[in-house]
Design a protein around this ligand. Structure first.
Ligand SMILES: Cc1ncc(COP(=O)(O)O)c(C=O)c1O
Length: 374
């Protein structure tokens, strides 16, 4: 007789991880929304410095990193949760807040991990469709909030569609949310967003709404995806306490803590990366639009492209892969007929545009725009 598993294991959707790690070095890795830049040398040195001490458990209070984030954002350390990636905090929030009878509200498609929270807990997921421009429809979301709502997730900018909603609209939404429901503003890509302004702007919202949590990560703009460090700035202490209760101690290793602390000291590098990424994104968006495809108004380090109506997404993906370009299919992210493409190095972006330009004429329904192609 096979071993038995909890019923929820059958309900939990598998996370759509990127494939192609086996293809070797000559591949444009545009599938996972990381930055193409490696860490600054000082971050590598900080990691080296802590390695001789790895016989000891890490500081379970993460005080150096917590203090560094507290200094940067003006939020008391007790209201800062740290996680093994921001996903860790998200899953812990689901565990701490959801149960059968409770409801969780989020837009769809949004970050692929959101459906996990309801499936793991038995709570009712309420998925609210994005609007016609693939943005969050906050009015429609507000209408879904009930006494049973425990958690609301707003992915801003939204993964996979790259779109952001303005903070005054988020504030108007928060006015409509009862104080018993926690709202997580998932800001994994906020540093790239011109709509959201600077990274302090949403922190101001925490003053007015104790039920608000800002979820952020070192995986994107700080370039530390492999070290898995995320954090949450919380409107009140209780969120941080609850997510710490449900997790194992020592969830953040010493190398990750040291790297994150050092990375925070190099805001000049962060700004350079944002500037370079935005310039490359604008060029990429234009090149894809010049091919005659619709591209969402991106506020992130990736773009969201609609394929011609009758395109076979699987074969588009395969043709790109055959040309050494890895991107993410919309179908794996909740919306058929689209591609999510991370902004990479200029050479990688160019390779994607060239490959797409080559394969599109064979795609049913594709109309080549009049004029010169890139
Ligand atoms: C919207 C969003 N939130 C959270 C995460 C999780 O990031 P991490 O766990 O690497 O911090 C991601 C990762 O891609 C994301 O796209």
């Amino acid at each position: 007789m096979p071993i038995e598993f909890a019923e929820r294991v059958r309900r939990i959707p598998s996370y759509p991880v990127a494939s192609g790690y086996d293809l070797g070095d000559d591949v444009a890795m545009l599938a996972s929304n990381e930055l193409p830049f490696g860490p600054v040398p000082e971050v590598l040195e900080a990691v080296q410095r802590v390695l001789p001490g790895i016989n000891r458990y890490p500081d379970p209070t993460y005080s150096t990193l917590r203090t560094a984030l507290s200094d940067r954002y003006g939020i008391p350390p007790a209201r800062i949760a740290l996680g093994n990636g921001s996903c860790d905090i998200l899953l812990a929030a689901g565990e701490a807040m959801l149960e059968p009878g409770a409801e969780i509200v989020y837009s769809w498609p949004a970050f692929s991990e959101y459906p996990h929270l309801a499936a793991a807990s038995g709570a009712r997921p309420i998925e609210v469709p994005l609007d016609a421009d693939d943005r969050h429809d906050l009015d429609a979301m507000a209408e879904q909030i009930t006494v049973a709502t425990r958690l609301v997730l707003i992915c801003n900018p939204n993964n996979p569609t790259s779109t952001a909603v303005e903070l005054d609209r988020v504030a108007a939404f928060l006015e409509r949310v009862p104080s018993h429901a926690c709202v997580i503003l998932d800001e994994a890509y906020s540093e790239f967003s011109l709509t959201l302004g600077d990274p302090y702007a949403s922190v101001e919202l925490l003053r007015s709404w104790p039920n608000l949590v800002l979820l952020r990560t070192f995986s994107k703009v700080y370039g530390l995806a492999a070290l898995r460090v995320g954090y949450a700035l919380c409107g009140e202490n209780s969120f941080r306490q609850a997510v710490d209760v449900v997790r194992q101690p020592f969830h953040l290793n010493v190398a990750s803590q040291a790297a994150a602390v050092e990375a925070l000291r190099h805001q000049d590098a962060v700004e350079r990366r944002v500037t370079e990424t935005l310039a490359a994104r604008l060029a990429l968006e234009q090149d894809v639009r010049d091919l005659g495809l619709w591209v969402a108004e991106s506020d992130a380090n990736f773009i969201w492209v609609r394929l011609p109506e009758h395109a076979d997404e699987g074969s588009v993906l395969k043709c790109l892969r055959d040309r050494g370009v890895l991107v993410r299919s919309g179908i794996s992210l909740g919306r058929e007929g689209a591609l999510r493409v991370t902004v990479g190095r200029p050479g990688e972006n160019g390779r994607f545009v060239a490959a797409l330009g080559e394969l599109l004429p064979a795609v049913p329904g594709y109309k080549r725009p009049v004029g010169e192609l890139p």
